[in-house]
Design a protein around this ligand. Structure first.
Ligand SMILES: Cc1ncc(COP(=O)(O)O)c(C=O)c1O
Length: 396
């Protein structure tokens, strides 16, 4: 009988086998896998092979083969992974590029309109929204989410804002927030936004590859992603998504002319991409699927996160920043030592005394926290080491 993703998540032997597919540098235990993901050994080898191939063949074969054929097939595979039509996606260098393109080219704002940002958005996205507002004579409404958050408080923060500010037209929404790993109730928020005529640009940087989602079901028309966090692609790849029926609401990027104006690829800056990295994507998708896709990877990562966060949730002197509601949780979570004003000092102790590598994240309304992100090569034992380390540090 096939095992469910949740049963498989607890099978250490299975995940030891997966971990052996990655080459790991000796050194601190990496609990900061949220920055970018490791490629498997086979993906890294194929990437190297492609670097050599492109370097040898240079523009002749790239122009003859890659541009005419491979690039289109790769885009088709990406669209298939998301379950969307090919003409809804355009490749970019990263999620920031995709999100900035969507924000700067969104063409439905009129002077006097309002746009909304929350404290939990990525800083680049916040600054792009503030820039957009200045350019278009639009007011930025900034909200701070209540902490601790719940499903209802998150949806309520938006419905309150929609009622209070009737001129709101656009907002970014971060699917998985990067400071504490809180997973936003995207579908419920998108439904409320639609009722009030507010468009959403979804920041899916941390969602793709660890959350199994369907953009149409979520009700999302505009989104930006990268492929170098939870999908396992080489660095420097991302893409934007525009629902084909909403293409006219995003203008071609700064007069972009290499593609016709009804082509989604005109919504990104034209440039020479990282061709060897792009050529590696079919292998990346194959391995992602072989591991069980987002459902299986997400279940494992969630299990690791759940193990440490629930063991420490009631510990005096420690606050777990994400709620217990499984709808709001993923691989990433964060903690705070409540008796200490300097969380960086605790990050230093985790590294020096316990060999655990973590980072402080600032900028959310709830203040600084220490982000903990296991990866696909993380064994359960590393979570136990974290639990022991935090328990000992909280005593002093
Ligand atoms: C929530 C969020 N949005 C956007 C980004 C930007 O992604 P990229 O580095 O691919 O531009 C990140 C990167 O960490 C992120 O965490």
């Amino acid at each position: 009988m096939p095992r469910t993703a949740d049963t498989l998540a607890r099978d250490e032997q299975h995940w030891q086998g997966i971990a052996r597919q990655f080459d790991l540098e000796p050194g601190p235990i990496n609990l900061e896998n949220g920055y970018f993901g490791r490629m498997t050994r086979t993906v890294a080898e194929e990437y190297q092979h492609n670097i050599h191939w492109v370097n040898r063949s240079n523009s002749v074969l790239v122009r003859q083969r890659f541009e005419q054929l491979d690039a289109l097939q790769i885009r088709g595979q990406l669209a298939a992974l998301l379950g969307v039509p090919d003409n809804a996606v355009a490749l970019t260098r990263c999620a920031s590029d995709a999100l900035q393109s969507l924000i700067r080219n969104y063409n439905r704002l009129q002077p006097g309109d309002q746009v909304l940002v929350s404290d939990l958005e990525y800083d680049t996205v916040k600054s792009a929204m503030r820039w957009l507002a200045r350019q278009r004579g639009v007011e930025v409404i900034e909200i701070v989410h209540p902490h601790p958050a719940s499903f209802d408080s998150l949806v309520g923060a938006y419905t309150n804002a929609f009622q209070r500010y009737p001129r709101l037209r656009l907002m970014p929404l971060t699917y998985v927030t990067h400071r504490s790993g809180l997973v936003m109730p995207v579908q419920a928020i998108a439904a409320a936004a639609r009722e009030h005529g507010v468009d959403i640009i979804l920041d899916g940087a941390h969602a793709l590859g660890q959350i199994d989602f369907d953009l149409t079901e979520l009700g999302i028309a505009f989104a930006g992603f990268n492929l170098h966090k939870w999908i396992g692609a080489p660095l420097s790849l991302g893409f934007l998504y525009i629902h084909p029926e909403r293409l006219q609401d995003i203008a071609p990027d700064m007069g972009e002319f290499h593609f016709p104006s009804d082509d989604v690829r005109a919504r990104t800056p034209y440039s020479t991409p990282n061709i060897p990295a792009l050529m590696t994507l079919p292998r990346v998708f194959e391995e992602h699927r072989a591991m069980g896709g987002a459902a299986t990877k997400g279940a494992r990562l969630n299990y690791l996160r759940h193990t440490w966060s629930e063991a420490l949730r009631e510990l005096p002197g420690v606050e777990i920043m994400t709620p217990q509601d499984p709808r709001l949780c993923c691989a990433i979570s964060a903690l705070r030592f409540t008796g200490h004003s300097d969380q960086q000092a605790l990050v230093n102790r985790l590294l020096q005394d316990y060999n655990l590598f973590t980072v402080v994240r600032n900028g959310a309304g709830f203040g600084p926290c220490i982000r903990i992100t296991p990866g696909l090569a993380t064994p359960l034992e590393h979570m136990q080491r974290l639990i022991q380390a935090v328990t000992e540090l909280a005593r002093h």
